[in-house]
Design a protein around this ligand. Structure first.
Ligand code: AMP
Length: 116
């Protein structure tokens, strides 16, 4: 399935890209939920976390490691940050190409409560 993130990877639509290598791309979220809000997206096509094969943990691992490296490079790793992957309806997933949210830059509130 082609999503808006595939179009960003293919440079069909613009994004504020902060990191890219052979495996992943990272760009700023268009509707930030924290002072720092970056999305880390694999270039391989997986709609949800449920679709990542059990024998391919590197798909997800690369996202988390890249987020931690970005936090260290930008100087907020010690203050801290949150990484989040939403899956399907109850998780609030809206773009069906897996991605990891990196949220930082302020004290973050609690999370995980049912939507009002
Ligand atoms: P999720 O709800 O976990 O699927 O997250 C999708 C995220 O993608 C949301 O936080 C959106 O704000 C973000 N988003 C949607 N379109 C774009 C875009 N064109 N550029 C950057 N971020 C986007």
């Amino acid at each position: 399935m082609t999503t808006i993130f595939h179009k960003i990877i293919q440079r069909e639509i613009p994004a504020d890209i902060v990191f890219e290598d052979d495996h992943i791309i990272a760009f700023r979220d268009i509707a930030p939920q924290a002072p720092v809000h970056v999305l880390f997206v694999p270039k391989q096509d997986f709609a949800t976390l449920n679709d990542v094969p059990a024998d391919a943990p590197e798909i997800v691992g690369r996202l988390a490691i890249a987020a931690a490296r970005y936090a260290k490079e930008r100087g907020f790793a010690e203050d801290g940050y949150r990484i989040v992957m939403n899956c399907n309806a109850h998780g609030g997933q809206t773009v069906f190409q897996i991605h990891l949210h990196l949220l930082a830059g302020a004290q973050l509130g609690r999370f995980g409560t049912p939507a009002a």
